[in-house]
Design a protein around this ligand. Structure first.
Ligand code: MG
Length: 203
């Protein structure tokens, strides 16, 4: 199982980190050891002083596919939920400055908590799915999939040109604006269409 994450997929977020808005999807990966489910606590890593939350809509691939055409891409996923792409921003900034890969900033253990997933068919409109993150009861990130630069189908089509997608693979589809640091003892609560899907502490 692999975890694919899309970067800079919301204009306001690309701008808040002073990045250009991409003309093609940007993606990176996290290993399966990054995955956390069941609202288990996030353990703050000792190698970073600046871990940021990035709340994202996550889809699960449920069919093997390679070079999938965009018009057929909707057939390759049927479940959706939320995930937090935890990012050691200090390490990422250092790596970006040197033009080096970001893995240590993005792929560390427990950096990918994911909520329970729900059938896409139960969503009113997956292309306009509202979601938000509260930290300690205060809303810090709010978005809708309508604002994604590259939609689910485009992402699946693009990524599958380079690597085969397999059943169980997860795709984090990018974060809206409002990323920021977390601290030990924070409580994170994430909502999709007003329904709470995630609720866990930072330890
Ligand atoms: Mg992200």
């Amino acid at each position: 199982m692999k975890i694919i994450c899309i970067g800079r997929n919301y204009v306001a977020h690309a701008k808040e980190l002073n990045n250009d808005v991409p003309s093609k999807p940007i993606f990176f990966m996290k290993p399966d050891s990054a995955l956390v489910t069941g609202n288990r606590p996030f353990f703050y890593p000792d190698f970073s002083d600046m871990v940021h939350h990035e709340l994202e809509v996550v889809i699960r691939i449920d069919r093997l596919g390679k070079s999938i055409e965009e018009k057929y891409a909707h057939r390759y996923f049927s479940e959706v939920g939320l995930g937090v792409d935890f990012t050691a921003r200090d390490l990422q900034n250092e790596m970006k400055k040197k033009g080096l890969p970001w893995e240590i900033a993005k792929g560390f253990d427990y950096s990918a908590p994911v909520s329970e997933l729900f059938p896409v068919a139960t969503c009113k409109d997956i292309h306009n799915l509202g979601f938000r993150l509260d930290v300690n009861g205060k809303t810090v990130q709010e978005g809708t999939t309508a604002l994604m630069i590259f939609g689910f189908e485009k992402i699946i089509s693009y990524v599958s040109r380079f690597m085969t997608l397999k059943t169980g693979d997860l795709i984090f589809t990018g974060t809206p604006a409002g990323v920021g640091p977390v601290a030990i003892n924070d409580r994170l609560e994430a909502y999709m269409e007003g329904k709470k899907l995630m609720d866990f502490p930072v330890k």
